[in-house]
Ligand binder design. Structure first.
Ligand code: ZN
Ligand code: ZN
Length: 721
């Protein structure tokens, strides 16, 4: 036991600074000091530590401190409830709320706005009702919270609006602002206007004006948004960068590039375009609405004399959202550091996602190393989560796991990333074990968790478990299954050959299965050769997405496999008549930090001659080992080509070209990763198994659906894909 070297007042002051500055390391040493000291345990100080850990994203440590607090007061409860609320863990937040001996208005407001943030209307309303029943005093925040929770239920919003007026809550500016925002967002511009213009001028603040400007923007009333914006200036409101950003956000919501360009012109006249915050709005607009062009973003960026960190981050994020600009995202990240900025968690998350897009483990590793060296204490967890997803997407599942194990703390996203990684790599069992662990440590699973869990069950043929988890979703966690979950279930039944169950599920589900549902059924039909059901599924799919090539290709493949060449021709003619184009199959591989792209039957690669020679030699050895080319995958009509030509076409599929190049240009024994934009074809899958055993290499192929790790003649998917 030691004495704290400061007075208690100084100590608390230091602690408060740590909280304000999110200084987790200094905060932790203060905590250690406090625990060793002779100061008697104080709820007041404990509350500050709970706040510190929750603000720095250390949820379980915050919880631990809370549990250890001898006499928690309502403030302690409110802080821990808010901590879980911030992480969208409303279930646990609510459990904790229920244990508060005497909840106060802050407790209620915290939980209500947590539900509001998650769009959970029901529980927010129930809390509000119970407050009313108990005659609890409520304030403007209570009401604006519960109105926000109504999301798009305009009937409910109207009722609460009535309640607000009757109870005199319409004098709260926050209530009015929420009403303007929600009426606007839900298509009730008239109501939004009534609230806004009914507010009276003293009451309106900048947020009110901004909300109304956004409401006009959402109703394609760009001119009115601008007019209001002018009026706002005329009335002497100080237009700041936030107002201008609201106008820009309105254009972004509308994907109104033309309007945005015009507004940009006006900004240039006022010089505001050189403001970093406004610039971020412009870059966001152009990166989301620029039809894949980043030219305008670049121009905006270059016009800003002193770009700040937020602007650099927006630029990096803009590049990494447009997949084909991932290289530029990396370049931008490097440039930012050259001019002296230290990347923060946000920069890292964006650039790591660019590395995932590039399937470039070497670049990802470099960024990882840099993130370790740099000082980003508060949100390291989000960076690590991004790294887990990146390693997994680049085929390095074990690097992802190592990182996961080394993390000091996990949140829901960490678990979700790792569970998804296992599921995509075909390790269904590991995925499910981790899911069980997630529940043991009281991290609430989300809708995303269940997509991974159900797809893990589907890919490993665990029908019983899949059903169990599907029911658990709603019954235990109150998560309504969405189209993705249903499609996983259809896939699960389909793969296991239970086509009747799959069909029954589609018929009884509460909404249209959507194209992903029909695609899952179609895939199952293809696997089991059920032509009749396949035609039905394909027709439903095409009703929803007439220009998607996938169902046509699947049907054509099935007809070809069955030798029904006339039907193949019919499908092809239909595609031609409707102008549907098949996406060309394309594979890529990173060798010595350079990405090489291959398209089927493409001979533009400088090493194509060696690749063909290598494949011919390999072809010979494979046949000796018992490989029989599955010419059904060549999809050429019998009389169009002889058997020989079909074999040649199969040999030049993009994934085989990429694998051959990878083997040719890396050292013996080195594992290789090939990425394909579509699903791997059946013949390539079989061929690569032979290639892995003949070359003694580990070959991983990531296709549009999952990973295939080929080793010693076997694939990790167990041919169940
Ligand atoms: Zn192939
Ligand atoms: Zn496989």
């Amino acid at each position: 036991m030691t004495q704290i070297p400061w007075t208690l007042k100084t100590f608390t002051l230091l602690l408060k600074t740590c909280i304000a500055e999110r200084e987790i390391f200094r905060g932790k040493s203060l905590h250690a000091l406090y625990l060793k000291s002779i100061v008697p345990p104080s709820t007041y100080i404990a509350n500050h530590f709970i706040l510190l850990y929750s603000k720095c994203g250390r949820l379980s440590t915050a919880r631990h401190v809370f549990e250890q607090t001898p006499q928690p007061n309502v403030f302690s409860y409110n802080v821990i409830v808010a901590a879980y609320a911030k992480e969208s863990q409303t279930r646990i937040a609510h459990q904790l709320f229920d244990t508060i001996p005497q909840p106060d208005i802050v407790s209620y407001n915290t939980l209500i706005s947590a539900y509001a943030d998650c769009g959970d209307t029901e529980p927010a309303l129930r809390l509000f009702e119970s407050m009313r029943d108990m005659g609890f005093d409520m304030d403007g925040f209570t009401l604006s919270g519960v109105i926000t929770a109504c999301g798009n239920d305009v009937g409910l919003i109207g009722q609460l609006h009535g309640f607000a007026v009757a109870g005199g809550f319409d004098s709260y500016v926050s209530v009015n602002n929420v009403l303007v925002t929600l009426y606007g967002r839900n298509g009730f511009l008239g109501e939004a206007k009534r609230v806004f213009y009914g507010m009276g001028e003293e009451l309106r603040d900048e947020v009110s004006w901004n909300s109304m400007i956004v409401a006009y923007g959402q109703h394609r009333e760009g001119a009115k948004a601008l007019a209001l914006f002018k009026e706002m200036i005329g009335r002497g409101f100080v237009v700041d960068m936030f107002t201008l950003a609201s106008v820009l956000t309105a254009f972004t919501c509308l994907t109104d590039l033309v309007g945005g360009l015009q507004f940009h012109g006006k900004l240039i006249k006022t010089g505001f375009h050189q403001n970093s915050h406004v610039g971020s709005g412009l870059i966001d607009l152009y990166s989301k609405c620029g039809n894949g062009s980043m030219l305008n973003c670049k121009k905006v960026f270059e016009e800003i004399p002193w770009p700040d960190l937020v602007l650099w981050n927006t630029m990096i994020s803009g590049y990494s959202q447009n997949e084909e600009f991932s290289e530029e995202a990396l370049e931008c990240f490097k440039q930012m550091q050259r001019v002296g900025y230290r990347p923060d968690d946000c920069s890292f998350v964006c650039v790591i996602s660019a590395c995932s897009n590039l399937s470039s483990p070497s670049q990802g590793r470099q960024v990882h190393a840099l993130s370790i060296k740099s000082d980003i204490p508060s949100n390291r967890i989000s960076v690590n989560n991004a790294l887990i997803a990146m390693y997994s997407k680049c085929g390095n599942l074990w690097d992802a796991r190592r990182l996961f194990d080394r993390m000091a703390e996990h949140n829901t996203v960490s678990l979700n990333s790792m569970i998804a990684a296992y599921a995509q790599h075909g390790l269904g069992m590991e995925s499910l074990l981790l899911f069980e662990h997630m529940m043991e440590v009281n991290l609430a699973p989300t809708s995303i968790t269940f997509i991974s869990v159900l797809s893990a069950c589907a890919h490993t043929g665990k029908v019983h478990e899949g059903k169990k988890y599907f029911n658990m979703m709603k019954e235990k966690f109150g998560i309504e299954p969405e189209a993705e979950h249903y499609s996983c279930m259809i896939d699960l039944f389909g793969r296991a050959g239970k086509l009747t169950d799959a069909e029954k599920l589609i018929e009884t589900m509460p909404f249209n299965p959507g194209s992903i549902g029909w695609a899952a059924l179609l895939g199952a039909c293809r696997m089991h050769g059920d032509m009749e059901l396949a035609v039905k599924a394909a027709n439903q799919f095409l009703l929803l997405e007439p220009s998607n090539a996938a169902p046509y290709v699947m049907l054509a493949n099935m007809y070809a496999k069955a030798g029904k060449w006339e039907d193949v021709a019919t499908v092809r003619k239909l595609m031609r008549d409707r102008g549907v184009k098949k996406k060309p199959g394309c594979s890529w591989i990173e060798v010595k930090k350079r990405v090489h792209v291959f398209v089927a039957e493409d001979s533009s690669h400088p090493m194509i001659k060696q690749i063909h020679e290598y494949l011919e030699e390999m072809w010979r050895k494979m046949k000796q080992a018992g490989y029989v080319p599955d010419v059904r995958w060549a999809l050429v009509k019998d009389d169009e080509a002889g058997k020989g030509e079909k074999e040649i076409r199969l040999g030049y599929h993009s994934e085989k070209l990429a694998v051959a190049f990878g083997l040719l240009s890396t050292k013996d024994g080195e594992p290789i990763l090939v990425v394909k934009n579509l699903r791997i074809c059946g013949d390539c899958h079989n061929a690569i198994k032979f290639i892995s055993s003949i070359s003694g290499r580990e070959i991983t192929v990531r296709d549009a659906h999952r990973f295939h790790s080929f080793k010693e003649g076997k694939c990790s998917c167990g041919d169940y894909w």
